[in-house]
Design a protein around this ligand. Structure first.
Ligand SMILES: [Zn+2]
Length: 144
């Protein structure tokens, strides 16, 4: 039997829409379809969203972009393997992984056990550059 990739979801807005969930992991599709069934269909959702105040939407978009940026930077910092998938799922995956691992890391207690000792957060990189210059200068003088 073929793996099921399409679900017909009965949305609360009274529309039944067939969703192609082939971009989702096979074991997550049924759950995702159930979640979709709690939401309005895409068209109704868009219509509702378009009537929202622009400021709220901007705020959400900015927050989302911020989370995405943080997650991507974090993934690069720790050489996390690139994730593969449709863009939407990818964004979601990168953010979720960040949150999951960060949460697990917090539970594990303390910094540094993920290796590299780079968990200083925002200031880490700048401080690193600074330290680099501090080391370079005396070395250069000695060389001359
Ligand atoms: Zn609808």
């Amino acid at each position: 039997m073929a793996v099921r990739t399409r679900w017909t979801v009965q949305h609360p807005c009274s529309h039944a829409v067939e969703h192609d969930l082939s971009g989702r992991p096979a074991d997550k599709r049924a759950g995702f379809a159930r979640w979709l069934a709690t939401k309005n269909c895409t068209d109704c959702w868009k219509a509702a969203r378009d009537t929202d105040s622009p400021s709220k939407e901007e705020w959400l978009a900015a927050k989302r972009a911020q989370e995405q940026q943080a997650a991507v930077e974090w993934a690069e910092k720790f050489d996390m393997p690139p994730m593969e998938g449709p863009d939407k799922a990818l964004d979601w995956g990168v953010r979720s992984r960040h949150q999951l691992v960060a949460a697990a890391h917090n539970r594990a207690g303390g910094r540094g056990d993920l290796g590299r000792g780079g968990l200083g957060g925002g200031g880490g990189e700048g401080a690193g550059h600074h330290a680099g210059r501090m080391v370079d200068r005396p070395a250069g003088r000695r060389g001359l």
